[in-house]
Design a protein around this ligand. Structure first.
Ligand code: ADP
Ligand code: MG
Length: 431
């Protein structure tokens, strides 16, 4: 992808916009761009620098993204709406063409990283609620105030306001700040090598010191659990590269497969409720560590039918009118509303999945199910809005301290986990 029309090859120490932004390290990447930690020499602050691929198509999409981001920022001067702030934008010429660059406030890890930190077991339910509140606040703002549909809501596009593991915080660990006025190549190179030496190579004693400074006890898996327990988790929505307005849509082909709503799979019209479907998928994923729907990867009728079958196995049969109402409906369903290729559906409702597969208590499972199932309505108009979700008791009830018997349960399961872990370590040592 590093060729004409593709990514711009960014190196640590590169300066952008006549030396104003200096690249410190890589933060992430997507299909359209690479994203870098930058130092804003004018305002003396860290920023995230998103460098778009250069082909015409990417440039146009970046210009739309900027228009939307500007609108998003204008409507939120108090910075209360849980959406990322665009600070600046400009064009940068490189060997692969002209790249639109966007400068954002620097945020922390994305939610996929958080899920990985849970060892794909999911987060404690009160953490899930905290995150869901921020996502819904962001969506409510976009939908109700701006008529904007995000269209690509997924864990990678929701960022925490902090870094989960302080020892991996690029701001803390990168002491030698690389400045553009270190023009001579050798000083940049030596700074880069010092920086690389600092990265990811800390001795365990150094790591322990960093963690202890943060008040976190060291100890393999429980460290990660402590990290999850200690952070104050707030997040913001990012990546408006595919966003559109309810009255001005760019394409019918939206959303990342796993988070794609049925009306989009079927080629029916979509609106803000498409984001709520994705939200429900993310909420489940945060709570369990597993993706809710993981359809076969491919773009043939069979793959789309697999996705529809997974939805119906969890949520029951799709109303015939909905099933047959899309542009592609007849490719997937016969006239009775049955899938053409997949005959036997194995129904396994959400409540049971949570109890049987993810070992939720009956109560946690039924509470989460009551919250999620209405959002996963096959009829888009019937889904609650983000504002309505924020009023739901699952979200709204004050997460007061755990009730005595629950607290006991938690303690017992923690003890059991610690014991398992100790055993696993002992086995590891013996081998
Ligand atoms: P794309 O449109 O290419 O997917 P994104 O805007 O989603 O680009 O950014 C890609 C990744 O870069 C994100 O998943 C995230 O890990 C990282 N990232 C994006 N914006 C920021 C930011 N403001 N602060 C920190 N990291 C960011
Ligand atoms: Mg993205």
């Amino acid at each position: 992808d590093y060729r004409r029309g593709g990514y711009h090859a960014v190196r640590i120490g590169d300066a952008f916009k006549n030396g104003r932004y200096v690249v410190q390290s890589k933060l992430g990447w997507g299909h359209f761009s690479t994203v870098w930690l930058g130092w804003d020499t004018q305002k003396s602050r860290y920023v995230a620098l998103k460098v778009q691929k250069s082909a015409q198509h990417y440039t146009e999409s970046a210009m739309d993204e900027i228009t939307i981001l500007q609108q998003v920022a204008e409507g939120d001067p108090e910075d209360q709406k849980c959406v990322v702030k665009l600070l600046d934008h400009f064009k940068h010429s490189g060997p692969n063409g002209q790249h639109v660059c966007m400068v954002f406030e620097y945020l922390g890890d994305n939610l996929l990283t958080l899920i990985k930190y849970s060892d794909y077991r999911g987060l404690p339910i009160h953490r899930v609620k905290e995150i869901c509140i921020n996502i819904l606040q962001g969506l409510d703002y976009l939908h109700r105030q701006l008529s904007i549909i995000h269209t690509d809501l997924k864990p990678e596009n929701i960022l925490l306001l902090s870094v989960i593991d302080p020892s991996k915080d690029p701001i803390k660990s990168k002491t030698p700040l690389i400045l553009p006025n270190s023009r001579d190549k050798s000083s940049i190179e030596s700074a880069v090598s010092r920086l690389n030496a600092n990265m990811g190579r800390e001795t365990s004693a150094a790591k322990r010191a960093i963690l202890e400074r943060e008040g976190i006890k060291m100890g393999s898996r429980s460290t990660r659990q402590n990290l999850l327990a200690s952070a104050d988790l707030r997040c913001k929505l990012v990546d408006f590269g595919n966003a559109c307005w309810t009255h001005k849509q760019f394409t019918t082909d939206i959303q990342t497969r796993q988070y794609r709503c049925p009306e989009v799979v079927l080629g029916s019209k979509y609106s803000t409720s498409a984001d709520l479907w994705s939200f429900a998928c993310i909420c489940f994923e945060l709570a369990t560590g597993d993706v809710l729907f993981d359809p076969l990867n491919g773009d043939s009728d069979v793959h789309f039918q697999d996705h529809l079958a997974l939805m119906m196995e969890l949520l029951g049969m799709m109303p015939r009118k909905i099933a047959l109402g899309g542009r592609y409906s007849r490719d997937f369903f016969n006239k009775f509303g049955d899938l053409r290729h997949i005959r036997r559906l194995r129904f396994w409702p959400l409540n049971k999945v949570l109890v049987e597969k993810y070992k939720f208590s009956e109560r946690d499972a039924s509470e989460l199910t009551e919250f999620l199932v209405p959002i996963l309505d096959f009829v888009p108009e019937k889904r609650p809005t983000a504002a309505q979700c924020l009023l739901h008791p699952w979200i709204n009830r004050i997460p007061c301290s755990l009730e005595p018997n629950q607290a006991q349960e938690t303690q017992n399961s923690q003890k059991k986990r610690d014991k398992d872990e100790k055993e696993a370590m002992e086995i590891g040592m013996r081998n």
